[in-house]
Design a binder for this molecule. Structure first.
Ligand code: CTP
Length: 403
């Protein structure tokens, strides 16, 4: 909840600005008092009157407006708040923030504030992927700015889809709570996450793989970063975008993943969400294997190292919290309990990956959290929501078990 918190909402100029009006309501529903600043570009999409009507006080628009400068002034706007939210954060606003520009009310306030800033980027997928935007984002994260989204999906422009949709108002409000919730924060901690499938080569053109999309692991890395952790994400080949503010190490095989994980340690917590291939071809062929007149090719398989068990079993340098997944198609909880013991980890997130559940590759997940003290079944929810729930639990557990 955001009871009696003061939020300064800076609305940037993008089509997602209309969702900022809904965000005002969502924040108020959680008990926050919201003040708004609209950039000049935002006013091309929504009016100060609409924002003011929802906030119950005037919306601020102009750095050189005598009335508002005499009323509160930009320094008071910057200080009389607990959190600044920028939604939508356009590519232009992010560039200005990174450069420390202060040529309008929104940017001057952001430069003058000493309160946390949470941005909800929204832009065309190509603008989001542009090197300049990603450079600006990395610097903003390094400066301590928190980020929520963007999500992937349909854009306002017909036929355009990809990463760039502003996070939904409910998600932004939840992220705001996370930023403001002292005990849930992972500031000052290091978190390691594995994600995606591994590809085990058969020959130069073929490999063994699985249906993992990397969505759940990447969402966990993003949620950990949003909670302030320094995150290393070791990922197999996936189509999902690198989460903002996360250091990503890309690998192909299980052996490479194990090496990358070892290099990324030490960490306070490690979450093994990757669907690591259990076997690799013992002798991958250097040349493409040709058909042999109707005779079937036989592949000799050998077992891959178990990355989770290797790290959980470490005598020295074991992360304080080691978390694994159990992808099961039957006896989900019994198998997960057995895995907890066999792998020596602290928690297992078990899920049913039978094809009819749509979990493998899909956007939703239904988790059973298995620990030494019991089993807790979470309601089906989006993989992003699972990630936020897990990170909240993890932050609480790390705070309890401070070294
Ligand atoms: N895991 C790992 N390295 C492996 C295999 C699995 O780190 N070589 C991790 C996964 O990231 C996951 C957990 O172990 O966190 C369980 O993975 P899962 O595929 O469910 O189990 P398996 O170890 O493959 O066991 P089984 O084949 O019996 O289901």
């Amino acid at each position: 909840m955001l009871h009696s918190t003061r939020i300064l909402l800076i609305i940037g100029g993008g089509i997602a600005a209309y969702k900022a009006l809904d965000l005002i309501r969502r924040l108020q529903d959680r008990g926050a008092r919201v003040r708004c600043i609209l950039t000049a570009a935002a006013q091309k999409f929504i009016t100060p009157l609409a924002a003011a009507a929802l906030c119950g006080e005037r919306a601020y628009v102009d750095l050189f407006d005598t009335e508002s400068e005499l009323d509160v002034g930009h320094i008071r706007l910057a200080r009389e708040t607990d959190l600044v939210i920028v939604a939508p954060a356009t590519a232009d606003l992010m560039a200005k923030m990174r450069g420390g520009q202060a040529d309008d009310l929104a940017t001057a306030v952001m430069l003058a504030t000493d309160r946390p800033i949470l941005i909800a980027p929204a832009m065309n997928p190509r603008m989001w992927a542009a090197h300049a935007t990603q450079r600006n984002l990395a610097q903003l994260v390094a400066d301590g700015v928190r980020v929520v989204g963007p999500n992937s999906g349909e854009m306002a422009e017909r036929g355009e889809a990809g990463v760039g949709r502003m996070a939904e108002p409910g998600e932004i409000a939840a992220a705001a709570e996370e930023v403001l919730r002292g005990h849930g924060s992972l500031s000052g901690t290091r978190v390691l996450v594995t994600s995606g499938p591994t590809h085990e080569p058969i020959d130069p053109v073929r490999f063994i793989a699985n249906r993992s999309s990397g969505k759940q692991g990447h969402a966990i890395a993003a949620a950990a970063a949003a909670a302030g952790a320094a995150v290393v994400l070791v990922s197999g080949p996936v189509d999902v975008a690198d989460p903002p503010g996360v250091s990503v190490v890309k690998v192909e095989t299980a052996s490479q993943m194990l090496e990358a994980v070892k290099r990324a340690l030490p960490a306070d917590a490690a979450i093994f969400a990757a669907a690591v291939a259990d076997w690799r071809v013992e002798h991958a062929s250097a040349n493409k294997i040709k058909k042999q007149q109707g005779r079937a090719q036989r592949l000799e398989l050998v077992e891959n190292p178990d990355i989770l068990a290797t790290i959980a079993g470490r005598k020295n340098g074991r992360p304080r919290l080691v978390i694994g997944f159990a992808a099961e198609t039957e006896n989900v909880i019994a198998n997960a309990k057995a895995k907890l013991v066999k792998k020596g980890c602290d928690w297992i997130l078990a899920n049913d990956v039978s094809s009819q559940t749509g979990i493998m590759g899909g956007d939703n997940n239904a988790i059973h959290l298995v620990t030494a003290s019991g089993v807790e079944s979470w309601p089906p929810q989006s993989k992003d929501a699972v990630a936020r729930t897990l990170i909240g639990r993890l932050a609480a557990a790390l705070a309890k078990a401070k070294p």
